[in-house]
Design a protein around this ligand. Sequence first.
Ligand SMILES: Nc1ncnc2c1ncn2[C@@H]1O[C@H](COP(=O)(O)OP(=O)(O)OP(=O)(O)O)[C@@H](O)[C@H]1O
Length: 253
Amino acid sequence: MIEASGLSKYYGPFVAVQHDISFKIPQGQIVAFLGPNGAGKTTLMRMLTGYLAPSAGGASIAGFDVRTSRIEASRRLGYLPENGPLYPDMTPLELLTFCGEARELGPALKSRIEEVVDICALHLVIEKPVGKLSRGLKQRVGLAQALLHDPDVLIMDEPTAGLDPNQIRQFRENIQGLGHTKTLLISTHILHEADAVADRVLLVNSGRLVFDGQVSELEEDGSIEEAFYRLTNHGAPLPPNEPAAGSIEGQQP
Ligand SMILES: Nc1ncnc2c1ncn2[C@@H]1O[C@H](COP(=O)(O)OP(=O)(O)OP(=O)(O)O)[C@@H](O)[C@H]1O
């Protein structure tokens, strides 16, 4: 459902994604995309969604090349970028109507909006400008927009960043409520998030894919924090005085 073939990305002379990253994510799988700050997760997600042209390689969604069959690919893809895009002056209703019209959902749009408003529990804020909503509610509007056309594939860039524990739990319930009917790729800084929702982990470090497997494999030789530290620090063990944190934020500059 999601395929990366030999992807790499240079920003001028700077190599953000290197070593021809390739992987396949089959239908129904939930995959957590992990890595320290600056590892290349957003760059990879942008290439997978067709928002950024790779320097080499390609990507496809549901068998459609994101560059040469862009419209077909985007019909099957819901993308929640790191910060939006949400128009602050629009209400959720206006935004969803605008997105649905742009996607030519036709007469089904009204009932589909009602469905995603239900899934994301937006009833109370449906007429309030997006710019005046809390961060958690904005994320739920973003999710509603990504789900609107009922895509087979969802790619979400740090959907729980900046949310409080209640909002994270709520968001996790939304994701789990989608069941395994959709293929999900979710980047996160919260290791236990991966543990809670994902069937598989892709871990990137300095633009390279350094682990591809199940969360249980990551935990074979200790905690997930220890495995993360080892894989992002050239095999070095987690120093004994290092606090075992649930969040990896700030591990690398
Ligand atoms: N437009 C750009 N021009 C130059 N360098 C860039 C650009 N976008 C990203 N980079 C660099 O590419 C590297 C990877 O960035 P990217 O945003 O993909 O990392 P990330 O894993 O998503 O990080 P974070 O977890 O902090 O969001 C970083 O060193 C970043 O500074």
